[in-house]
Design a binder for this molecule. Structure first.
Ligand code: GAP
Length: 461
């Protein structure tokens, strides 16, 4: 029986206890909203990115990859509109100087929908409804706060050397469009994909890895002819749901949100947010936007360089392609996978086990090899099996504690199969394979172990 008890506290504590995710800089008292992915989390994150890259780049002939720089010429962000408009409305507690999202605080305190409201209208509501900060103090006038992180390039500080940490990976794919199109000789429609860090000076970060200042995105800019955008928007939208299935995100926890005109980013003509039922509410997991030719046009105007694509059919017709952009946050995906996978099962009187039902492709380890005892040569033989498995699988070797405890540990970190080498194994050359989800155990000949595991994992997916 499935109990949906993956509260945030339980997940955060499991993540820390088992080495998935730790608070960043912890020995120095931490740094608010920064997180480090530990031995298991970094494996899981890498598995996720590899699956995404394989599905969207390597398995398709209409996609190519890019690995752009995080620091870009600041004119990129003027052209893209981020300097002028990438901001959220902010209010400040006049006593503590803590800052809050004005729209969030109004919605929380009054239930009023702030969508499309001007700063003046928000200010009016704050004074009419006498809204105070969470610490009970008056709030400042709302003002727009730009979310881009600024830093200084070179040894001399000053206006001229200001650069931004990119707030989205997307822009390199627009700025490099011409070079990519020329060198890859792709024909429209085709896409560029990129995985990389992005940074936003969020006013109210929080909810573990959901909203942080530094995070990672997996983005696609799919370039197309304007007439095809609706069809390709739908195709990519379906692709995103297929990827959610592939990585084990529960379909029943996903919902579409058609973002209204007043809430869409400045570049978008249509956006659908793919929302997920997180333990703290339904929130954006991923998004898909039709950016039209906004970005290429802006960069063309600001740089003075043509970004047009010549139709290879007649070698004459010039096209400024339009774009559909499916975007995925790595960290939110990890959180959605953990929420979807988490289960507490009652397995006996007063006994529960915690299981992460991770897909074998995502799980940090696919198998764990456990000698029944460390003594009598069992450990040596088990270790040998582990070494052989490492050539094909992500295997862990675990000899500490009782076998029961080791099974529980691997249930909790999502290892799909545990392999036990016992006294009988020495004679019959068979091991016990225990299935994480069903707890069913089977004896399998060591010679056939790899083929057996392959078959099981294929059935699993
Ligand atoms: N290029 C389009 C773009 O950046 P976005 O909706 O602002 O669109 C894309 O961001 C995705 O990045 C989101 O759907 C989310 O998964 C992730 N994301 C955005 N801000 C984030 C933050 N502060 N912390 C963690 N993930 C974030």
């Amino acid at each position: 029986m499935k109990k949906q008890t993956g509260s945030m506290d339980t997940l955060v504590s499991l993540a820390k206890r088992r080495g998935f995710i730790f608070p960043g800089s912890e020995i120095y008292g931490g740094l608010a909203n920064s997180w480090d992915y530990g031995p298991l989390g970094s494996r899981m994150r890498m598995n996720l990115k590899k699956l995404w890259w394989k599905r969207f780049v390597e398995s398709r002939d209409d996609m190519v990859g890019l690995d752009g720089a995080i620091l870009m010429n600041p004119r990129v962000w003027e052209a893209s509109g981020h300097v002028a408009t990438f901001s959220d409305p902010m209010v400040e507690d006049v006593v503590t100087h803590k800052r809050y999202r004005a729209d969030h605080i109004i919605e929380e305190k009054t239930g009023v929908n702030t969508s499309g409201m001007t700063l003046h209208e928000m200010s009016q509501i704050i004074s009419d409804k006498k809204i105070l900060s969470p610490d009970g103090n008056p709030l400042s006038e709302p003002r727009q706060f730009n979310l881009m992180f600024e830093t200084t390039m070179g040894t001399v500080a000053g206006e001229g050397n200001r650069v931004y940490l990119r707030p989205e990976t997307a822009q390199a794919m627009f700025v490099d469009f011409k070079s990519v199109a020329t060198t890859s000789r792709k024909r429209l429609p085709f896409g560029i994909a990129q995985i990389g860090k992005a940074f936003r000076n969020e006013i109210t970060p929080g909810n573990f890895i959901f909203r942080t200042l530094e995070f990672e995105q997996m983005e696609i800019e799919y370039f197309l002819e304007e007439r095809d955008w609706e069809t390709l928007f739908d195709t990519w939208h379906r692709e995103m749901y297929a990827f959610a299935r592939e990585v084990g995100i529960s379909a029943e926890l996903l919902h579409d949100f058609e973002v209204p005109d007043t809430e869409r980013a400045h570049y978008s003509k249509r956006t659908v947010d793919i929302m997920f039922d997180f333990p703290f509410g339904q929130k954006e997991l991923w998004g898909i936007a039709y950016r039209g030719d906004f970005d290429l046009r802006q960069h063309q105007e600001h740089s003075g360089q043509s970004l047009e694509y010549t139709d290879p059919e007649d070698n004459k017709r010039k096209i400024l392609p339009h774009v559909v952009e499916p975007t995925f946050g790595v960290d939110r995906t990890i959180l959605a996978i953990l929420v979807s996978a988490y289960e507490e099962q009652v397995v006996g009187e007063g006994d529960t086990r915690v299981v992460l039902h991770l897909k074998p492709e995502i799980a940090p380890y696919q198998v764990a090899v456990l000698p029944l005892m460390k003594k009598d040569g069992l450990a040596e033989e088990a270790r040998e099996i582990h070494r052989a498995l490492l050539k094909h699988f992500r295997s862990d070797y675990d000899e500490t504690g009782s076998v029961g405890k080791r099974y529980r540990r691997h249930d909790e970190i999502g290892t799909p199969y545990c392999i036990t080498f016992d006294y009988d194994s020495k004679n019959d050359r068979c091991v016990t394979v225990r299935d994480r989800d069903t707890m069913v155990q089977e004896r399998v000949n060591i010679e056939e172990l790899s083929a057996y595991l392959d078959r099981k994992m294929n059935q699993h997916s």
